[in-house]
Write a protein that binds this ligand. Structure first.
Ligand code: SF4
Ligand code: SF4
Length: 405
């Protein structure tokens, strides 16, 4: 394959040709399970990409749709015998498509538009970002602990933010919360290739207004500066997507000019597991149910945190813990990540409904996860399947058992 036959798709083709075409990655692929077509798994997508480059094909809507119909769950990378960095490649392709004005797919651009306008992906009033904070909970302006809430818990699943704050308060921590000064972590934008692009808005009179250039780096730097200015040294996360992005992606933007991040990052399951290990977590109640745990892709495969949540769950008195057939490194994706829920909503809910089925198959009455986005999609999946199963995050269960709400 020559260096590039099609200059528009300008990335290193050597990465694509490494694919051995073995299709090992097909059978557990989130998008293949849903769409059942040959282009809709890592190997198939790479073959398609190769033919577009080699045959100099024009970038059409089908190609763009295929590139975006992937939840970036990394199940394929886990199975790939040569560990081809498929997700890095596909995120690179998405970035190129955005640069060319051909991406992102469908309505995914709205997330970028909203971040440019109001600094959250839902288009919500940024001044209300901290409105989930309830009476009886405590925050501070001088703690070394910060809680990075994220867009979804701030606006769509406020009970998760409330549970996390109550959990921290229980252990004597009154974290700093940035409220309106917290901007999106940029996970949805990085995953969908919207790192830098012009944002235009059509006014009611049909005129087009230029809202400037969205630059993910600026949004990220704002968040880091806010935390640094407040003296925050340890940041805790309830969202696995935020945690992954701040831990793995932010340093790439920050390192070149500033060095290492001025704070450490911790997912709340790590925080609780440490409390269990130190004997500082004495459960007050028991939870007499059969429980299974769903590994969020961003916490599990992406960062490698599999044991901490299980340690916490298994320490709860009364719990009958059971693994689903696909768990840990092989866990099935919930269907919400990588822009999949925003771009392919019905398919994403189908994926969640299928994961719910897997939980029911092992007799679980409660499905626990540790990601705001997983919980959001599972609740939609339960509705779709019309079944009875509790969907909880670890922090919800903590607050219930400890009688904190
Ligand atoms: S990242 Fe997930 S959805 Fe995308 S190709 Fe790989 S297994 Fe399929
Ligand atoms: S498993 Fe790896 S080498 Fe095989 S088709 Fe998939 S990406 Fe290519």
């Amino acid at each position: 394959m020559s260096r590039f036959l099609r200059p528009e798709i300008d990335f290193d083709p050597d990465k694509i040709v490494l694919c051995a075409n073995c299709s090992t990655c097909r059978w557990t692929c989130t998008s293949y399970e849903e769409f059942q077509t040959e282009a809709m798994f890592a190997g198939g997508r790479l073959r398609l990409l190769r033919s577009y480059v080699e045959k100099n094909l024009p970038i059409d809507d089908d190609f763009v749709r295929t590139v975006y119909a992937c939840s970036t769950c990394e199940q394929c990378v886990e199975r790939c015998p040569i560990k081809l960095p498929y997700v890095e490649i596909i995120e690179d392709v998405r970035k190129k498509l955005v640069e060319l004005g051909k991406g992102p797919y469908g309505r995914l651009h709205l997330m970028g538009d909203f971040v440019q306008k109001v600094r959250n992906v839902f288009g919500e009033d940024p001044q209300t970002r901290g409105d989930w904070i309830q009476e009886g909970t405590e925050t501070s302006t001088d703690s070394e602990w910060g809680y990075f809430v994220g867009c979804t818990a701030s606006f769509k699943r406020k009970e998760i933010a409330d549970s996390t704050l109550r959990m921290l308060n229980y252990f004597g921590i009154k974290p700093q919360i940035l409220g309106p000064d917290e901007f999106c972590c940029c996970s949805p934008l990085i995953r969908t290739g919207q790192l830098e692009r012009q944002v235009l808005e059509e006014a009611e009179d049909g005129s087009v207004q230029d809202l400037g250039t969205l630059k993910v780096e600026e949004v990220i730097m704002h968040n880091i500066e806010q935390m640094e200015a407040r003296g925050i040294k340890k940041v805790i996360f309830s969202c696995s997507g935020c945690y992954r992005t701040v831990t793995l992606d932010w340093p790439k933007f920050y390192r070149a000019t500033h060095g290492i991040l001025p704070f450490s990052t911790q997912h709340l399951t790590q925080f609780l597991a440490l409390k269990v290990r130190k004997g500082e977590l004495k459960w007050k109640g028991s939870f007499d149910e059969r429980v299974t745990y769903h590994d969020p892709c961003h916490l599990g495969r992406h960062v490698g945190i599999f044991d901490a949540p299980r340690e916490v769950i298994k320490s709860i008195p009364g719990i009958d813990f059971v693994e689903m057939e696909r768990s840990r490194e092989n866990a099935k994706c919930c269907g919400a990540g990588g822009g999949f829920k925003a771009g392919f909503g019905d398919n994403a809910v189908n994926v969640a409904a299928d994961r719910i089925k897997q939980a029911l198959e092992v007799g679980a009455t409660t499905l626990i996860s540790s990601c705001v986005f997983c919980k959001l999609n599972f609740l939609d999946g339960v509705k779709k399947r019309d079944v009875s199963i509790n969907v909880l995050n670890i922090e919800d269960l903590f607050v219930d058992l400890m009688g904190l709400r």
